[in-house]
Structure formats: structure tokens, C-alpha cells
Design a protein around this ligand. Structure first.
Ligand code: DMJ
Length: 473
């Protein structure tokens, strides 16, 4: 393995510079907006709660002051998700403690884990830890983890099985839900960013090649309208559902076509994104009462199947803004903002056709905040700061408890749920913080976030070396 250029270490320290009260932040406080320091104080409080009540477990249960693990044994997901936020906020001691925890973590666990989830949270978290710390031992851990999940891609189609055993490499379908070899498109094709970064740092194309084969499979099997289905069987390679959308279950497939093209300069992915966006704009847009939605249609006919959206779909204005479609991004974000203001949080699923809440739970999700952050950065308009401030106040009103934040069972009753999702550390607090911090740790143009908001500095990826290490033309 060739040594990494030392200047990167310096750059990375600069990008993750300590939080301090800038002029901009003093101004924000004067205007009554929340500040980066407010968010950092909440990160400190919540992280302390995790350390006190759940250290080593996957998830903090803030109301019972307990913990929860996704599987029979803990994967320690919260620390992996928290590291990059601790680093961005300049919480160096806490970040170092997590780094040392990561170095001790033994992945030789005889458990089946969801490949999609551990890729974005654990591998993504480890790679961001390496991107920041340049500690070669962290890279070794990331390679070890990557090698343990790579066997998931040994299917006839090249699409990953739903789950893989971390110790043996044996694969399994989505047994919990009795869906056999069925996976959704996001589970099939959200690997380009992490596997590309791993290939780059390990100087071994095998990871990126596996990820790209999976993404290309989904793209190449798109319908005559240019749209993928939303469920696929990894053994037969056939679609098992003709519905298509950009919502939960598909979302990050699209996200990674664009983000990986930006980070690595892979033009083929850029073409895939461009053609996909045309199909999305042609067939998925739906307007009702002056609001713009991206709906659910039949992949072959374009017939609308259901006028319903999930809060996860609020990632899309960020993608539209990032890829230069500001007008559509602003219109889309306005719809999400309207929905937020109906309830004071977003419900998990809302049927805009019937104006009814389908799933009322709300889980501290980041997407609407992420999009407001992108729009604020890219337009500079104060209305996005006001929007973010509104979300910050509502979240604090509905979800803040004595030790941290918790989910909500139903936005209509605001009954609390005893759960603090790991992405709250990785994403929700980070996007709030960055939106208020301005360009202090880094500007949006300098960074690409994986879908779990783990940041990677674009300058760290040399376009010529990307071709060599990732193995694309
Ligand atoms: C996160 O784990 C990731 O952003 C994922 O892509 C889908 N959304 C959740 C949080 O809502």
C-alpha cells in the first residue's frame, strides 16, 4: 500500500477545525436564530447520555435510560455514526475515544447484518474516521469490515443479498420480513461512495467494481420509461414490483449516481444520473394545490399508483440543488416545509391525494434539514435559515427530553417513543450545525456526504488516481 500524501493530514485538520463563535454566529444569535454553539451543546449532552447509559450498544433509549442492539450482539453503531459529527464540531477528545473504541472492535461476530445499513453507517463512519484522522489502523479496520460485507455481492445477478454473516461471509435473504431474496433498489445500489472510497484508499478496485456492477444492473434493467422497479430478486434478477418512485427504498440509488460521479469523476455515472433525472422529471412529478410532489407510478405505463410521500423523500431537494436544478429544488422544499408546518414535524408517510397521515411516527430523521442546509448554502437566502430555525425550535419542543432527544409515536398526538436513532448523531445534528456554522468547518463545494452524512473532502480524491484505484475508464 502506497503512503498517503502527508498534505492531506493538514488539509483534513483544517476542514474539521474547531467550532468557534464567528461573527456570523453572533449575528445569528442577535437575530434570534439558533447557533452552531446551540447545536454543539446538544451534541455534547446527547453524546454524554449515550456514553453514560448505552456505551458500546447500538442505540440509546433516552426515556428509559437504557440501550438497544439491532442483533444478538452489538455492532456499536452509534459511535461509528457519531465520530464524524464529533470531529466536525471539534470535540476532539470524544472523537479520539470513539477512534480507540473502533480500533478495539472485533468484527468476527457470528451474526447476519443488513448490508445496506452497515455499509452506510459503519463502513461510511470508519472511512470518514480515516479521512479525518489518517490513522492507518483505522484504514485497516475499514478494509477488514469491507472484506466482511463484500461476499454479499456473490449472487447470480451481482446484486447484494440482503444480509451477510460478518464472521463466515454466508449470505441470507431478508428473513425477518419473510421476503427471501427480495431487496429494494436502495439496498441493491447504495455502495458507490463507500466502496469507491475504500477502493481508493486500499488501492484495490474490487470494492468499487462490485458496487458499480450492482448500480449498473439496476440502471440497465430500467423500463422503457427509463425507471427502475422498487424491488428486485437478487437470484433471478427480476423486478418483483412494478412500482417506481424516488422515495424510501429507492432514494439513495439515485443519490449515489450523482455523488460518486462528483467525488471520483466517473462520467458514466454522471450520464446515468442525467438520464435518470429526465425520466424522474417526466414521469414522477405531480402537482396538487400548487405543491410539487414526486409520486409513485407504474414503471412501464407511468400510471399514478398512489399519491403518497414519505419523509425520507425530502432528501431530493438537496440532490436537485446540488446538481444545479435550483428552481425545482426550491419548489419541492416548499412542499416539505408546508407539510412540516401542518404538524410541527414530518409524519413518516403522508397521502397528499387524500390529505391523510398514513404513518404518523417521526424518528428524528434528517432529510428535510439536509435539504434546507443545501438550499441555504447554495442560494444564500435567509428564508432557509428561518426554515431551519423553525425546525430546530419544533424538534426541541417535541423531542427534547431530560438526557437527549427521542422519536415520536405519532405527530398528531406527539406521544414520545423511547428511541434515539443513530443517524441523529451522524446526520440531523450535523446538518443543523453546518447550516449555522456557515463555511467555518468546510463549504458545501468542498465536500461530498455519504447518505448517512459522513463527510469526505473532494480534494482528497485525485481524479487520475481514482481511475487507477477504482478501475474505471
Ligand atoms: C439514513 O440512515 C440514511 O440517510 C438513509 O439513506 C435513509 N435515511 C436514514 C435516515 O432517515
Amino acid at each position: 500500500m502506497k503512503p498517503i500524501i502527508p498534505i492531506l493530514t493538514i488539509l483534513s485538520c483544517l476542514f474539521f477545525a474547531c467550532a468557534k463563535q464567528t461573527e456570523q454566529q453572533v449575528e445569528q444569535a442577535d437575530m434570534g436564530y439558533y447557533t452552531a454553539a446551540d447545536v454543539q451543546a446538544e451534541m455534547e449532552r446527547c453524546w454524554q447520555a449515550y456514553r453514560t447509559y448505552a456505551w458500546g450498544a447500538d442505540v440509546l433509549l433516552p426515556l428509559s435510560k437504557g440501550s438497544f442492539n439491532w442483533y444478538e450482539e452489538s455492532l456499536g453503531i452509534s459511535p461509528f455514526d457519531a465520530y464524524s459529527t464529533l470531529a466536525v464540531m471539534g470535540m476532539d477528545e470524544e472523537a479520539q475515544e470513539v477512534l480507540e473504541y473502533a480500533l478495539e472492535k472485533d468484527w468476527d461476530q457470528d451474526i447476519y447484518v443488513q448490508v445496506f445499513e452497515v455499509n452506510i453507517r459503519i463502513l461510511g463512519g470508519l472511512l470518514a474516521m480515516y479521512d479525518h484522522s489518517r490513522d492507518e489502523r483505522v484504514l485497516a479496520k475499514a478494509i477488514d469490515f469491507g472484506d466482511r460485507i463484500l461476499p454479499a455481492f456473490n449472487s447470480p445477478s451481482g446484486l447484494p443479498y440482503h444480509s451477510v454473516n460478518l464472521k463466515t461471509g454466508a449470505t441470507a435473504g431478508n428473513r425477518g420480513e419473510g421476503k427471501g431474496n427480495n431487496i429494494n433498489v436502495a439496498q441493491a445500489a447504495t455502495y458507490l461512495v463507500e466502496f469507491g472510497i475504500l477502493s481508493y484508499y486500499a488501492q484495490d478496485p474490487k470494492y468499487y467494481q462490485a458496487a458499480k456492477r450492482a448500480s449498473k444492473y439496476i440502471y440497465d434493467h430500467r423500463s422503457e420509461l427509463g425507471l427502475p422497479g422498487d424491488q428486485v430478486d437478487v437470484e433471478t434478477g427480476d423486478w418483483t414490483n412494478n412500482w417506481t418512485h424516488l422515495q424510501a427504498g429507492v432514494d439513495s440509488y439515485y443519490e449515489y449516481l450523482y455523488k460518486a460521479s462528483v467525488l471520483f469523476g466517473d462520467e458514466e455515472l454522471k450520464h446515468m444520473w442525467d438520464t435518470s433525472l429526465i425520466a424522474i422529471n417526466t414521469h414522477l412529478t405531480d402537482e396538487l394545490e400548487g405543491r410539487l410532489y414526486y409520486t409513485i407510478v407504474d414503471m412501464h405505463t407511468g400510471e399514478v399508483k398512489k399519491r403518497s410521500v414519505s419523509l425520507y423523500d425530502a432528501f431530493f431537494p438537496a440532490m436537485q440543488a446540488l446538481s444545479g436544478n435550483l428552481e425545482a429544488a426550491e419548489a419541492n422544499q416548499a412542499s416539505w416545509d408546508w407539510l412540516w408546518n401542518q404538524y410541527g414535524l414530518l409524519p413518516t408517510r403522508y397521502n397528499y391525494g387524500a390529505d391523510t397521515v398514513e404513518y404518523g411516527n417521526s424518528e428524528l430523521n434528517p432529510e428535510i434539514i439536509e435539504s434546507a442546509y443545501y438550499l441555504h448554502q447554495l442560494t444564500g437566502e435567509e428564508k432557509y435559515q428561518m426554515m431551519l430555525n423553525n425546525y430546530w425550535i419544533d424538534l426541541n419542543t417535541c423531542c427534547r427530553d431530560s438526557i437527549a432527544f427521542h422519536a415520536i409515536q405519532d405527530v398528531r398526538s406527539m406521544q414520545p417513543r423511547d428511541y434515539l436513532a443513530t443517524y441523529f448523531f451522524a446526520e440531523t445534528l450535523k446538518y443543523f450545525y453546518l447550516a449555522a456554522a456557515g463555511d467555518e468547518p468546510f463549504g458545501l463545494e468542498e465536500v461530498v456526504f455519504n447518505t448517512e452524512a459522513h463527510p469526505f473532502m473532494r480534494e482528497h480524491f485525485d481524479p487520475v488516481l481514482c481511475r487507477e484505484y477504482l478501475g474505471f475508464e
